[in-house]
Design a protein around this ligand. Structure first.
Ligand code: SAH
Length: 560
């Protein structure tokens, strides 16, 4: 009698709960005569076993497990090799093929092999956290048992620099404790300390734990063998305890109204996607292209650019259905969340308003119009930056901006954009430099920056509006401009900017500031403040950074 052809079923059974095991994986387990797997995994699927013979092994015996599986299959048996998650992601699938290749196996004459996909931890853990993956992401295993640490560190570095969302597998074990700390150190060189980080332990198992933290604080929480660590990218936000990465970086949709600015037929055109390769080729650019600046009025909190229109439309449709059924409300999101949330679907339109760059006086009519535009639901916040922030739930950006402009109000986006903070030029009396301030505002005011970026512009040597404390300070004095760089306005370590040049001519100052701005926006890490950037790179537009004198701290009389 001809010997039965053996079969290897390489099965990923998902995170651990039965309902997340695919139907094919279940049937493959039923079909098998022998089950080979790590003890814990066999226990997890015990409820599905009937008469199968079980070959249990401990964690470190992966190679012998693969060899045993292949040996039994060559004896004509149907062998199931089980991995948690997906067997092809740091699982048994590759090892099985390596053993087979060693035996000069081929698909035709050798044993039959079927790899059965499962839900990998990157997917199951992401689902528990919200939607942190969403965009380009990668997995990195921090286990240096089979991979040299230098290779792992290089991958962490590359992924961090390229702004990938990163899922760290095997982040820490009893003996491997330094790898995660070293990884955090590398990531912090590229990403802001408040980057959202999700820690999921034992997803969909009895002892499941989900923790939302930040890159700075992640090591203060438990991370072990059964944890997957998900590091957000520069756009990831936290909303209502969830970690969410927006679907796109550049604006193409308004989320707060049913009417889209672009018709479906226009959306995929090159003109609508100035950041695309097609647009760059059309413009004759290839590398080192200028970053795409947001086109006002819609603030970045409405920015989305799905590669096709359907997922977003489907999501909006779903939301509308839920709203119609009263399951979720599309109403007001508090001002706190409006700041921290990018693309909150229950959208709040947010915009900065002033009477002018130099003019600080609202007319009564402007105030009345502001109140009317804000309406019952809207709010007006007076900020320390001589501006009012208007927040209108469900406000139509284009209409609101048009109404504000009709009242001769200056409007600008809020958030990580360049803002010109001018003084009142002594009630517009010392007005010699106002045209330059206005020109500077036209040149870079409102453009996107890695982090909030303020340019103080004061019209005389008194600099009483504190220009020297801002990221860039410009002080008009004796017919020319003094320049200060890298002020830190807030915090216990607050310090003024460093005076880097005096007497810059009127026709040079805008160019100089533009060069500084461009170096910063091109080279800063996402979320990096200008003063930190200046310190890190040492020279910006030819101006050298100098360490500030260290201040001796005396014992405080009161406070902490
Ligand atoms: N093949 C598996 C990965 C095995 S490597 C998969 O596709 O998911 C082992 C690592 O996977 C663990 O250190 C942990 O980082 C992750 N992991 C496996 N199961 C998990 C679970 N239920 N919850 C969270 N992380 C898990």
């Amino acid at each position: 009698m001809e010997k039965k052809r053996g079969k290897l079923l390489v099965i990923g059974f998902g995170p651990g709960a039965f309902e997340h095991i695919t139907d094919r994986a279940r049937r493959a387990i039923e079909e098998s005569e022998v089950i080979i797997g790590y003890n814990t995994y066999v226990d997890l699927i015990r409820g599905l076993l009937t008469t199968q013979e079980i070959v249990r092994t401990s964690m470190t015996e992966e190679v012998s497990r693969a060899q045993e599986a292949v040996r039994q299959a060559y004896m004509g048996r149907t062998v199931a090799v089980i991995s948690s998650g997906d067997a092809g992601v740091y699982g048994m699938a590759g090892l099985i093929y390596e053993v087979l290749i060693e035996k000069k196996w081929n698909a035709e004459g050798g044993v039959e092999v079927e790899v059965i996909p499962g839900i990998s931890s990157i997917n199951s853990c992401a689902a528990l956290l919200g939607a942190p993956i969403m965009h380009d992401a990668c997995t990195i295993s921090l286990s240096d048992h089979l991979t040299p640490w230098d290779t792992i560190a290089k991958r962490v570095e590359a992924a961090a620099a390229a702004d990938f969302v990163i899922a760290l597998y095997n982040p820490r074990s009893g003996r491997r404790t330094r790898q995660i700390a070293e990884t955090q150190r590398i990531l912090l060189e590229h990403r802001s300390a408040d980057t959202p980080v999700g820690l999921v332990k034992s997803a969909y198992r009895d002892r499941q734990q989900v923790v939302l933290t930040t890159l700075a604080d992640m090591l203060e929480h438990e991370i072990g063998m059964l944890t997957t660590v998900i590091i957000g990218n520069s756009t990831t936000v936290v909303y209502d305890g969830l970690m969410i990465t927006p679907r796109g970086y550049q604006r193409k949709y308004t989320l707060d109204s049913e009417e889209q600015r672009l018709r479906p037929s226009e959306r995929l055109k090159v003109e609508a996607e100035p950041w695309s390769l097609g647009a760059k080729e059309q413009a004759g650019e290839s590398e080192g292209a200028e970053p795409v600046q947001p086109d006002f009025p819609a603030p970045s909190s409405y920015s989305y650019s799905p590669s096709s229109s359907s997922p977003l439309e489907a999501a909006m449709e779903a939301l509308q259905i839920l709203e119609a059924k009263g399951i979720v409300s599309g109403g007001h999101a508090g001002s706190e969340s409006a700041h921290s949330v990018t693309g909150n679907p229950s959208a709040l339109f947010e915009v900065g308003v002033t009477p002018g760059i130099a003019n600080k006086k609202f007319t009564a009519r402007q105030m009345a119009s502001l109140a009317e535009i804000a309406g019952e639901q809207g709010e007006m916040e007076y900020t320390p930056h001589h501006q009012i922030i208007l927040r209108i739930p469900g406000g139509d950006p284009e209409r609101v901006v048009a109404e504000l402009k009709a009242e001769k109000l200056l409007v600008f986006p809020v958030g990580d954009v360049a803002q010109i903070k001018a003084c009142d030029f002594c009630n517009l009396e010392k007005d010699g430099s106002i045209p330059v301030a206005e020109e500077l505002n036209r040149a870079i005011g409102g453009l996107k920056t890695p982090k909030e970026f303020k340019i103080g512009f004061n019209g005389c040597g008194m600099a009483c509006y504190g220009a020297v404390l801002e990221d860039i300070g410009i002080v008009y004095r004796k017919g020319a401009y003094d320049l200060f760089l890298g002020g830190k306005t807030i915090g216990r370590g607050a310090h003024p900017g460093q005076p880097v040049a005096e007497g810059i001519e009127a026709n040079q100052i805008i160019d100089t500031v533009e060069r500084i701005f461009r170096e910063y926006t091109d080279n800063a890490f996402p979320g990096e403040r200008f003063h930190k950037f200046f310190k890190r790179v040492g020279t910006v537009a030819g101006f050298r950074h100098q360490e500030q004198a260290i201040v001796a701290v005396a014992d405080a009389v009161c406070g902490d």
